[in-house]
Design a binder for this molecule. Structure first.
Ligand code: MN
Length: 323
């Protein structure tokens, strides 16, 4: 079995279940109910699920959207720190866990400070951000202090899907399309493109973004992004590089919730084998399915090693564990 680092693995803070029950509008109550126990477990159950598919390290993140849905900024900032302190303790107790910081993006400077605390003092590897915050996306000017800190700390930012700020008309009469079937993909891919076309990666060339679901369809579209960007309504917008180039320098994708060969090959062939990383999306997806699939997927031995563990180890600066 190829050793693995899994990057989109969720948990829940036990004291916060009720609170997040009111804010976690992006998870269906039925799915949340089923996942609740697995989310709260940091012991045998989670470790057994990891062992079964050769996951050496799980990088844990709070099930979203968490404090980003909080209306009171001070409460969001305080609760984010509580979540991070809790996760830090779990990481300390179990060396096979890493962590992505949970941040109150309502206050970009506080989020930058908290990210620094999580990385420097609490042993975390980056941040997971659950989409928009109160209708604001990460390309907004107010996030400049955040991106500066991300760049200084040289840690990745994982954009996890969330709902759009309003339910737009194109989803009318189709509740099944609103959520993981489709709208999360539109929302998250658009978020990433907003960052790219805003010139974020020109201003912060070492900023690193991570997207789940094998890139939210974007690897498939890279050629067209370059071709149509040329004739788009871009006004005086300028980029130093063709759009596709940023996918090879500043963006990585994970296999979370996607176990299909053709889209995997598409991501590897378009972005490079050094830009794709393994993830399960535990406990919302089945670890055995993800593990069995990646072992048998049409990859060279070298590509499989990069995707399963080597890329994540270098991007997240994770040390090798002797298991
Ligand atoms: Mn997830």
């Amino acid at each position: 079995m190829t050793p693995k680092i899994a990057l989109e693995e969720h948990f829940m803070h036990p004291d916060f279940v009720e609170y997040f029950g009111t804010t976690a509008t992006n998870i269906s109550p039925a799915l949340f109910g089923k996942a609740k126990e697995a989310l709260a477990d940091f012991g045998d159950r989670r470790i057994a699920a990891m062992d079964k598919i050769g996951v050496e390290t799980s990088v844990l993140s709070l099930a979203g959207p968490g404090v980003q849905a909080e209306k009171q900024v001070a409460v969001a900032v305080k609760r984010a720190a509580q979540v991070n302190d809790f996760l830090a303790q779990k990481i300390q107790d179990q060396p096979r866990y890493g962590g992505f910081a949970h941040l109150a993006m309502q206050d970009p400077r506080a989020a930058a400070d908290e990210l620094e605390r999580c990385v420097r003092d609490l042993g975390m590897q980056g941040a997971m951000i659950n989409g928009q915050t109160g209708g604001t996306y990460l390309d907004d000017d107010r996030f400049a202090p955040f991106w500066e800190r991300v760049s200084d700390l040289a840690v990745p930012v994982y954009i996890h899907p969330n709902n759009p700020p309003e339910r737009v008309h194109m989803y009318a009469d189709h509740p099944e399309l609103f959520g993981p079937v489709w709208s999360w993909t539109v929302e998250t891919a658009t978020h990433a493109l907003r960052l790219l076309f805003a010139g974020t990666f020109d201003r912060y060339p070492n900023a690193q973004l991570i997207l789940g679901h094998l890139g939210e369809t974007l690897p498939y579209l890279m050629w067209r992004l370059d071709s149509r960007w040329e004739i788009s309504n871009r006004g005086d917008m300028r980029l130093k590089l063709p759009p596709s180039e940023y996918f090879r320098r500043n963006i990585s994708v994970t296999t979370s919730g996607m176990c299909a060969d053709a889209p995997l090959r598409c991501a590897v062939d378009m972005m490079g084998a050094d830009r794709v990383m393994f993830a399960v999306d535990y406990p919302f997806e089945r670890p055995e399915e993800a593990g069995d699939w990646i072992e048998a997927a049409p990859l060279s031995a070298e590509e499989r090693d990069l995707i399963c563990h080597k890329n994540a180890r270098s991007l997240l600066k994770l040390r090798e564990l002797a298991l």
